[in-house]
Design a protein around this ligand. Structure first.
Ligand code: KG4
Ligand code: ZN
Length: 399
């Protein structure tokens, strides 16, 4: 069964075709990072507009690379991110998916974004199937929608970059249920027990900032570029993690929940103690040391709680997913701490937002009834547990 996945929850316009919930046939991501860089954060209205402009060419490219066409030949179903996310951005994906489902007479599947991230570990991504296109800031020109899919690198719309990197541990066909998922991204940090397709139990969640959000805010305080995660990660690799003494928030309390807002504040205080951001930035060793100390605290809290959950839940498989799972420090430390577990960390292209994970999750979920599909709405806030419950899954655990 081939599923077309569509993802537009934040600032990545993505479409993919996945076979049998595992084999990625095509994976196209049009990243808006360069568009939002000027504002040092995602501007919701601009994100929606970008999705409107770019989603159809991205879908067309995903279909073309999968040997399909604008009539959706060979596509058996359409899976779309319904939420959570930016509602205007989500709506573009949801309405497009509804229109395609109606026009092609194919079933529509609504996917929870976090469930998508959790299913990225099932994706087997052969080389050459992914394409990342950087959308350039709007120069006022009307995008060449029809020409763009066939020549993404030559029409001035953006650069096509093939990012192929392999994950740690085994993903794809080798990974299976049940497993513990650590979902770390710009909007989430959750520990989730996954027992089967859509059967999830949310063990812990973020109490305030998600780790990606903390990375982005710390980077901003340090005057680093947006998005901050990769910038801090790069400097952390050259710094001394013991240079600054930073707290490990809620390490010994609040069950499996996380909190990163206090850690971000602690970094801001350290910058002040050092004599301000200009002084710190002039001292490369101190700057890298602060990045390394921050990163070590984030990783320590994430992985210590993950270890506890893995033990308590008596699970052998662990999946580390979401945008922050691109973090080199986290990847290396997870590999070193979880040698006794079957660890899966997808390749970075499947960690940041993509549609292959949405198609992979969708393949395991029930499609909506036709009438239901036509009425499908976008959900800015959509709880993971009730979404699974509807499919006969678990409710949120009591700790
Ligand atoms: O999963 P994702 O693409 O979008 C959300 O669903 O939020 O995650 C984006 C987040 C951003 O906050 C970004 O700074 C963070 O992932 N990120 C990283 C790294 N690469 C991306 N954080 C830490 N280290 C990285 N290398
Ligand atoms: Zn995400």
């Amino acid at each position: 069964m081939r599923v077309l996945g569509i993802e537009t929850s934040c600032d990545e316009t993505a479409a993919a075709v996945v076979e049998d919930g595992r084999r990625v046939i095509s994976n196209i991501v049009a990243s808006q990072v360069r568009v939002h860089k000027t504002y040092r954060g995602v501007v919701p209205e601009i994100a929606s507009r970008c999705h409107v402009e770019h989603l159809l060419p991205v879908v067309a490219e995903a279909l073309k690379q999968a040997g399909s066409n604008e009539r959706g030949e060979g596509i058996d179903a359409i899976a779309v991110t319904r939420g959570p996310g930016l509602v205007g951005a989500l709506l573009v994906g949801v309405e497009t998916a509804k229109a395609l489902a109606l026009a092609w007479d194919r079933p529509l599947i609504a996917v929870h974004h976090t469930l998508g991230h959790l299913h990225s570990v099932f994706c087997d991504l052969p080389e050459g199937r992914s394409r990342v296109i950087e959308i350039l800031p709007d120069d006022g020109a009307v995008p060449a929608l029809t020409k763009w899919p066939s020549s993404p690198s030559n029409d001035g719309m953006g650069d096509a970059i093939d990012r192929q990197e392999h994950g740690s541990g085994q993903t794809g066909a080798a990974f299976d249920y049940p497993f513990l998922g650590l979902v770390v991204s710009g909007g989430h940090s959750s520990l989730v027990r996954v027992d089967g397709p859509g059967r999830v139990c949310l063990l812990g969640n973020t109490l305030d900032d998600a780790p990606g959000e903390a990375y982005d805010k710390v980077a901003r305080s340090l005057g680093l570029d947006y998005p901050g995660g990769p910038e801090v990660d790069r400097r952390a690799a050259q710094g001394d993690a013991g240079a600054f003494n930073l707290p490990r928030p809620v390490l010994h309390s609040h069950g499996y929940d996380f909190s990163f807002s206090g850690l971000k504040t602690a970094v801001v205080q350290e910058i002040g103690r050092f004599g301000g951001v200009e002084k710190l930035r002039a001292d490369e060793e101190a700057l890298c040391g602060l990045c390394a100390s921050f990163q070590a605290a984030v990783i320590d809290v994430l992985l210590t709680k993950t270890r506890r959950a893995l033990k308590k839940q008596r699970l052998k498989r662990l999946a580390v997913v979401g945008g922050v799972a691109c973090n080199q420090g986290l990847r290396t430390e997870a590999v070193s701490r979880f040698k006794d577990a079957h660890l899966a960390i997808p390749s970075p292209i499947l960690c940041t937002d993509n549609a292959a994970m949405i198609a992979a999750a969708g393949a395991h979920l029930e499609p909506l009834e036709k009438e239901e599909a036509l009425r499908l709405d976008a959900r800015a806030g959509w709880a993971l547990a009730p979404a699974a419950e509807r499919r006969g899954g678990w409710t949120r655990s009591t700790r």
